[in-house]
Write a protein that binds this ligand. Structure first.
Ligand SMILES: NC(=O)c1ccc[n+]([C@@H]2O[C@H](COP(=O)([O-])OP(=O)(O)OC[C@H]3O[C@@H](n4cnc5c(N)ncnc54)[C@H](O)[C@@H]3O)[C@@H](O)[C@H]2O)c1
Length: 126
């Protein structure tokens, strides 16, 4: 069976760490690359069951890192993205809004740009 790779961001967070094991089991034709910065909200202990799965790869990194994100798109020919990486606790934004701007806006834009660049230059695109 041919294998496609999906990119999951924030896979070590609350939603992502439930999503990744579910997805690996439900969709055996896919490889999962989990890109997570491991902030206070990310915990790899929640993904222990996936560690040895040959269809699972963890990348410790930041979605704002355009070079890294572009490399992942190119290396794995990413066609699908599940974007959970975020600063998600609104209370924190009152004391320190900058990480929210960086991750939620700049990081999301970085992912969209990487997808646009990669997918628009894929064979068959005009
Ligand atoms: N939890 C909920 O009930 C809920 C409900 C509706 C929508 N959402 C949305 O779903 C998304 C995920 O929510 P969650 O509860 O899993 O959040 P979370 O805070 O538990 O997890 C966020 C994950 O993103 C990672 N992360 C943060 N900044 C990063 C960066 N710059 N680069 C890479 N990884 C980074 C963290 O390490 C963490 O693993 C958020 O957008 C949230 O607003 C959550």
């Amino acid at each position: 069976m041919s294998q496609e790779t999906v990119l999951v961001t924030g896979g070590a967070g609350f939603i992502g760490s439930n999503f990744v094991p579910y997805f690996l089991e439900a969709f055996p034709q896919y490889h999962v690359v989990n890109l997570d910065k491991l902030t206070y909200a990310g915990n790899l202990n929640n993904l222990k069951e996936c560690e040895d799965n040959p269809r699972y790869t963890f990348i410790h990194g930041n979605i704002c890192d355009a070079e890294l994100v572009n490399k992942l798109f190119a290396k794995h020919d990413i066609r699908h993205v599940f974007h959970f990486a975020a600063e998600s606790h609104v209370d924190n934004s009152i004391k320190g809004p900058l990480p929210f701007i960086k991750t939620n806006i700049e990081g999301t834009f970085t992912l969209l740009e990487a997808a646009r660049n990669h997918w628009m230059s894929a064979p068959g695109q005009v």
